[in-house]
Design a protein around this ligand. Structure first.
Ligand code: MG
Length: 384
């Protein structure tokens, strides 16, 4: 039993509303844009990179990298650097294959970014393949589920006004959801007011979270952090530039609420200083950037520091979502997994049988592998 074929598939699917809402769809699907005050590049499409790893007897494993822009970069890395290393290898050799891929460019400084995104897509595909070869769902191979369903929070509330966000949140409350994250970073006063309006509307029992998208200085973050602590918020995510571990450590010491960090990091090595310096209370690796193997290792390391996990899950589609659910099920120190309803709907369009997320919980797929099958025909039809 050996790997006989690796295929990468860049994906670009048109959508009516951009991620986080509010941006009209560009005529040119590759015309990327920024959304001030955020500095990152966004796409008007859902973009991602799938990988399909097959054995000679036709068993297929699906993987996906989080690739919100330029998925072709990830695909080129898979095609030119990773595929030659994987062909002919035994797909059951999980950790050995991860190290083999990681070592290929390590000495040249490629131990993050697109390189790790590509490795993660292959890592996820290998877990799916192993599950299918052994006839077991991935969470079983990871050591078993710590819970029957995976608790989640509704992320983003993409409405331009506080009233709109409250209305949207109340709509989810009526459907059994009780945890919400604001996509903030619009100034300390505006963010605090936005969080308060949500707390006032939802009551004390709801879980209120805030993502500042790295826009604040340490002083501003302390001010906002204190306001959020007064509102009993569950965490304060991405307050300060992601390279600044020291300021996050000072913030974490100054405010009485958990600081969440991690969608920018990909490996146990990158998370190590955050734990050593007590700079984060909740870690948020994305399975589409770290892979299932590394997320489990990061979680084990965090557990030893009494730190919880809230895996990031943004524009990853069906494979990435399923992989995140399996990983989250198998992590003892899970807080909550992210849930992006508009992305989830598009993801399900690509799957032969849909994933479900109801009453604040993801169902854990129970069939072999990741338990999802991509519909090649629908994927082709939806490509921009
Ligand atoms: Mg975030």
């Amino acid at each position: 039993m050996s790997i006989s074929k690796v295929e990468s598939i860049p994906v670009r699917i048109k959508r009516d509303e951009a991620y986080l809402g509010g941006i009209p769809v560009a005529a040119d699907p590759q015309a990327y844009f920024t959304r001030p005050p955020y500095r990152a590049l966004y796409s008007a499409c859902f973009e991602t990179a799938f990988v399909k790893i097959s054995t000679a007897d036709g068993v297929i494993g699906w993987g996906e990298a989080l690739a919100p822009v330029a998925p072709e970069v990830v695909c080129t890395i898979i095609d030119q650097l990773l595929t030659p290393a994987l062909l002919g290898r035994d797909p059951l050799d999980g950790n050995a294959l991860w190290n083999l891929m990681y070592d290929l460019m390590r000495e040249r400084g490629y131990y993050g970014g697109f390189m790790l995104d590509a490795i993660s897509a292959c890592d996820i595909a290998l877990w799916d393949l192993r599950g299918k070869l052994l006839g077991q769902p991935v969470y079983k191979l990871l050591g078993g589920a710590f819970r029957e369903r995976v608790p989640c929070y509704v992320s983003g509330l993409p409405r331009p006004t506080a009233e709109g966000r409250v209305e949207l949140a109340l709509d989810y409350v009526a459907r059994g959801f009780d945890a919400f994250k604001l996509a903030a970073g619009h100034g300390v006063r505006a963010d605090a007011a936005s969080a308060k309006s949500l707390r006032d509307a939802l009551g004390d029992e709801a879980t209120l979270l805030l993502d500042a998208h790295w826009v604040y200085s340490l002083d501003e973050a302390v001010q906002l952090g204190q306001a959020l602590a007064d509102l009993g918020a569950g965490f304060f995510e991405a307050p300060i530039n992601p390279e600044d571990v020291e300021s996050h450590a000072q913030l974490a010491a100054a405010v009485a609420l958990p600081i969440a960090h991690g969608e920018t990091e990909r490996t146990r090595y990158q998370f190590r200083p955050w734990l050593m310096q007590k700079a984060a209370d909740i870690l948020q690796p994305d399975v589409g950037r770290a892979g299932i193997s590394e997320v489990l290792k990061i979680a084990a390391m965090a557990e030893a520091f009494n730190v919880k996990m809230a895996p990031h899950l943004s524009v990853g589609l069906g494979v990435c979502i399923a992989a995140s659910i399996h990983a989250a099920a198998a992590i003892p120190n899970l807080y909550l997994l992210e849930y992006q309803p508009p992305v989830f709907e598009i993801a399900n369009l690509l799957l032969k049988s849909p994933l479900t997320c109801e009453k604040g919980h993801y169902a854990i797929p129970s069939s072999a592998g990741l338990g999802v099958e991509l519909d090649d025909g629908r994927l082709g039809a939806l490509q921009a």
